[in-house]
Design a protein around this ligand. Structure first.
Ligand code: UT7
Length: 329
């Protein structure tokens, strides 16, 4: 009997209209377009300017589109998982707020925090719920309003990040195409290099934490860069090997979009031609949990049933991994 697996049966995304260009950043911090483009590959990022709107707003737009394009009724959704490090608030969870806005009443919901690897962690979790047989329609979201935790006085980080949301629908299938394998890892050895220090139970908000700018993201880029290259290329090689695949079998490599040099190094180390690597960092920057679903959204019209994809991410924690799937539609 064929094994039931989980397949992505739809993808949607949302990015805010406002484009924060390198030229505009030149007026805010001591930087320049040439440095940003050559060191990161980024030309512009989208920013949700409206202070009244949080991450859930963007996730709602993406999920609304996802429900429409897949002809799915809100009431039929069983589970909503939202990967984010910029939830609207500590609680209730952002997935709950999204479900409420869209009339998703028969689902349970929760957020998942794994920084830039959040979407892959959430996808694996959603996949396992579907494979359990108890959940038929699962929505997995990756969404972040990074502009709310970026320090626009820190030129080493403010040039990198943007806002956005992406979402996929997962459904069970007895056919061959779907999510096949995932290798996911966590190691808090990276906690000093990439974090947001205050706002949690260890350093709750105080005048002191605000004055010392501890509610902003902090990154020491060099060690993160090195760890990202070795983490992602290692996970890609491992998932290829475990599934007896070579890079020639893979139609698309879908990497987290943190830095074009990281993407190129990962492609090089995995011996993967850059023409088959999804890259949209130039227009969105690093949208944290949203980068991978936004790539799938941008490339959806080019994807064909049976295409073999490897998704790979690396982020704060550290967290990292790679997922192997075949496209189902
Ligand atoms: O998504 C989560 C994971 N995150 C990542 O994967 C990001 C990993 N790290 C990176 O992408 C890179 O390390 C950065 C883009 C953050 C920095 O690039 P880098 O090549 O590592 O630059 P650097 O930090 O070594 O800085 C080189 C120089 C320094 O000047 P000095 O000390 O050589 O005089 C910096 O002060 O560039 C300077 N610099 C800048 N100059 C103009 C740093 N930021 C800027 C800037 N504009 N925005």
């Amino acid at each position: 009997m064929a094994k039931m697996i989980a397949a992505i049966t739809g993808v949607a995304g949302y990015v805010p209209e406002y484009r924060l260009t390198n030229q505009e950043l030149e007026k805010i911090v001591d930087t320049n377009d040439e440095w940003i483009r050559t060191r990161t590959g980024i030309s512009e990022r989208r920013i949700l300017k409206d202070k009244e709107k949080g991450t859930s707003f963007m996730a709602v737009q993406a999920v609304k589109d996802l429900l429409e394009k897949t002809n799915t009724l809100a009431q039929d959704i069983d589970l909503v998982i939202c990967a984010t490090v910029t939830p609207d608030m500590h609680f209730p969870d952002t997935a709950n707020l999204v479900a409420y806005e869209l009339g998703i009443k028969n689902a349970f919901t929760y957020d998942l925090s794994a920084a830039c690897s959040g979407f892959l962690f959430a996808l694996e979790t959603g996949r396992r719920f579907v494979e359990s047989g108890g959940y038929k329609k699962v929505i997995v979201i990756g969404a972040d309003k990074m502009s709310t935790i970026v320090d626009y006085e820190d030129r080493t980080t403010c040039i990198l990040f943007g806002d956005g949301a992406g979402a996929v629908l997962l459904e069970p299938t007895l056919k061959e195409n779907g999510i096949k394998d995932a290798i996911l890892k966590s190691d808090a050895v990276g906690k000093d290099f990439l974090h947001m220090k205050a706002g949690g139970s260890l350093r709750p908000p105080s005048i002191e934490t605000v004055m010392s700018r501890e509610h902003f993201l902090y990154q020491n880029g060099k060690p993160v860069f090195k760890a990202a290259v070795s983490g992602m290329s290692g996970a890609v090689k491992e998932v290829l090997q475990r599934n007896e695949l070579t890079k020639d079998d893979i139609t698309w490599l879908v990497p987290h979009q943190a830095n074009i040099r990281i993407i190129e190094s990962v492609a090089h180390m995995a011996d993967f031609p850059i023409e088959r690597v999804m890259v949209n960092i130039q227009k969105y920057g690093n949208t944290t949990a949203a980068t991978i679903p936004l790539c799938l959204w941008d490339w959806e019209s080019q994807l064909k049933r049976g295409d073999k994809l490897i998704l790979t991410a690396f982020g704060g924690g550290y967290t990292w991994g790679a997922t192997y799937l075949t496209w189902a539609y």
